[in-house]
Design a protein. Structure first.
Length: 80
């Protein structure tokens, strides 16, 4: 798992929901959208992820706009 960057807060977006984030990874879309893929990164970087967020994922094989699904402590991105 290689997360190159995850940016959730852009100028002018603070306090606005839903937010649109940008995620860049060296992995495939299938790997990046697997349940729990973001969990360790989010925990280690104290990045806030909300169920109302959408994240544009740029992976090694494709780019997809995804919604965030929170199930218990697991974070999953689901392509929309």
């Amino acid at each position: 798992m290689t997360i190159l960057s995850l940016k959730m807060d852009f100028p002018g977006q603070i306090g606005v929901e839903p937010r649109l984030g940008k995620l860049h990874v060296n992995d495939t879309i299938a790997q990046a959208t697997a349940a729990g893929f973001l969990n360790t990164y989010v925990k280690n970087t104290n990045t806030a992820i909300f169920k109302t967020d959408s994240i544009d994922v740029a992976a090694s094989d494709d780019t997809k706009l995804c919604k965030v699904v929170l199930t218990g402590t697991s974070i999953q991105l689901v392509a929309i």
